[in-house]
Design a protein around this ligand. Structure first.
Ligand code: KIV
Ligand code: NA
Length: 276
C-alpha cells in the first residue's frame, strides 16, 4: 500500500505505529522499500554519515537534491521526506517556500522537514499553503548545535518541557502533518503524543511516540564515530563489510579471485594468431 499523508494520519488514529529510517541513496532505498517501512527521511544527517562533517551545518541544497533524487528513484510506496538544510529556510518565509519547492520539484519527494517550533510557524504555514506537506522537528534540533552548546537532551526542567509542548502545539497549528521529537524525555514525548492530533516520530524520545526514526547507518552498526544512547544495532553490518573487504583483499593477493567463472572467453585460435 502506498503511504500518503492521509494514510499516515490514519495510522495515528488507529493506534498503529509508524516506521521511518533515514536514507541517502538508490540501492538502500530499494532495500528499505522491500522491507515495508512507511517513511524515508533524506536527512541532513547525510552531512555526518555520507560526507564526514562533524555537524549538519555545511550541508547544501545541492547535497540534499543530489541524494534525495537518488532515493526517490528507488521507491514506489514509501513516503519520502526531504530535510531542509541549514539556512535554506531560516532567513525568510520566502526563502523557505522557494527552497521547499526546489526540494520537491528537483527530487520528486513527498514532503519537507524543517527544524524549530514557534520560530518557524510562519514558514510551516506558508510551505503548507503552497501545497507541500511539512514535517516539523522539535526538541534537540541539530542545526542549532552552536546555540545549544552541544547535542544534549532538551526539555528536562519545567520551563524547557513547557516550551517543547508549546512548540508541538505551534507546529500542529501552523499546519505540520507530523512532528519529529528528538532527544526529549520519554514521558514528555508520550504526553505530547497524547495531546497532538498529528503523529509524533521519535528519536531518543521513548516508546510513547506514534512512530520512530533512526539513522540507517546507526541501526546497522555502520557508523562508529559516536553511538548515541538511543541507538540500537539491529545488525552489525559494519563487521560483515570489513570481513568481506578483507576476504577480497586476500583473494586478490593470493590470485584466487577472479576464478574461471568470472572470466570472459575468446577462441584459443585468435590468441595463438596474435602471438605470431
Ligand atoms: O537528519 C536526520 O537524520 C534527522 C533525524 C535524526 C530525525 O533529522
Ligand atoms: Na535532520
Amino acid at each position: 500500500m502506498k503511504n500518503t499523508v492521509a494514510s499516515l494520519l490514519k495510522m495515528k488514529e488507529n493506534g498503529e505505529k509508524i516506521s521511518m529510517l533515514t536514507c541517502y541513496d538508490y540501492s538502500t532505498a530499494k532495500l528499505m522499500e522491500a522491507s515495508g517501512i512507511n517513511m524515508i527521511l533524506v536527512g541532513d544527517s547525510l552531512g555526518n554519515t555520507m560526507l564526514g562533517y562533524k555537524d549538519t551545518l555545511s550541508v547544501t541544497m545541492e547535497d540534499m537534491i543530489h541524494h534525495g533524487a537518488a532515493v526517490v528513484r528507488g521507491v514506489k510506496q514509501t513516503f519520502v521526506v526531504m530535510d531542509m538544510p541549514f539556512m535554506s529556510y531560516q532567513p525568510s518565509v520566502y526563502d523557505a517556500v522557494v527552497n521547499a519547492g526546489r526540494l520537491i520539484k528537483e527530487t520528486g519527494a513527498n514532503a519537507v522537514k524543517l527544524e524549530g517550533g514557534a520560530a518557524v510557524k510562519e514558514h510551516i504555514r506558508a510551505i503548507t499553503d503552497s501545497g507541500i506537506p511539512v514535517v516539523a522537528h522539535i526538541g534537540m534540533t541539530p542545526q542549532s548545535v552552536n546555540a545549544f552548546g552541544g547535542f544534549k537532551v532538551q526539555g528536562k526542567n519545567e520551563k524547557a518541557a513547557e516550551q517543547i509542548l508549546q512548540d508541538a502545539y505551534d507546529v500542529q497549528e501552523a499546519g505540520a502533518f507530523a512532528v519529529v521529537l528528538e532527544c526529549v524525555p520519554a514521558k514528555l514525548a508520550a504526553l505530547i503524543s497524547e495531546k497532538l492530533m498529528i503523529p509524533t516520530i521519535g528519536i531518543g524520545a521513548g516508546a510513547g511516540c506514534d512512530g520512530q526514526v533512526l539513522v540507517w547507518q546507526d541501526m546497522l552498526g555502520l557508523f562508529s564515530d559516536y553511538v548515541p544512547k538511543f541507538v540500537k544495532h539491529f545488525a552489525n553490518v559494519g563487521d560483515i563489510m570489513v570481513k568481506a573487504f578483507n576476504d577480497y583483499d586476500q583473494e586478490v593477493k593470493e590470485g584466487t579471485f577472479p576464478a574461471q567463472a568470472h572470466e570472459f572467453k575468446i577462441d584459443d585460435e585468435i590468441v595463438e594468431k596474435l602471438k605470431e
